[in-house]
Design a protein around this ligand. Sequence first.
Ligand code: PMP
Length: 285
Amino acid sequence: YDDRDGYIWMDGTLVPWRDAKVHILTHAMHYASSVFEGERCYNGKIFKSREHSARLIESGRLLDMTVPYSVDQIEEAKYAMLKANGWTDAYVRAVAWRGAGEDMGVSAARNPVRMAVAGWEWGAYYGDAKWQGAKLDIAKWKRPSPETIPTAAKAAGLYMICTMSKHAAEAKGCSDALFMDYRGYVAEATGANVFFVKDGVVHTPLADAFLNGITRQTVIAMLKDMGLSVEERHIMPDELGTFSECWLTGTAAEVTPVGQIGDYHFQVGDLTRKVSDTYEALVRS
Ligand code: PMP
């Protein structure tokens, strides 16, 4: 990803893609002092753009890092990056991190908080398998307690076990892994939230120990508009066998049907298709 044409917005200016570099003594690289956003631009408009910018600032605040830009300035940066690359449809990656500076230890309050916005083309997150239903492994790691780490932040440090779990899943021929949380409740996938259907009612884990995704919130509102009831509650893994349909939500994943989690099977049913189609229409409207 480092050697290509294009532009990346970095600390207030657009720089050629190949020159968008940081020093090896960047604090974030050693101590995970980094927060980020994943967004999608459709037909020239970033879906829920201001919500993503606000979440980036909030994630920084939760990590004691003041992102040195306002929502308006981040909006400008994202659209400047898209324009410089000539993109109307792209994945947008904003990232803010504690840089190299005065200190090179755990404490680094004097080091500057830096920010960049990049983008790239990214099609279906789970590839062509989408309509067959993604196959998920069950992660051996658990989502941590909110008393252990700020679980509401979209922070790099929360992704270490995501990469490990996704690699383990892929090695078994799965496209992703589903996490339980520290209490044993069903939580989320490595980059997406999860929904289930039972007897026409939608169930989704209560977002009290993982990222309450912007897509998750959008889909819950959409389902309620459709007149469906949505139960946000604690779900035990032994309930998985009682659900008929399952899908994942996320900016990159959009609405992706799930066909299998461990030994449990789900059909790509009518409601999953309807939710996926309605979401697709919404983001492009
Ligand atoms: N959980 C995790 C761990 C994620 O990385 C993501 C993707 N940002 C989500 C959930 C879904 O969040 P959103 O809908 O805001 O993209």
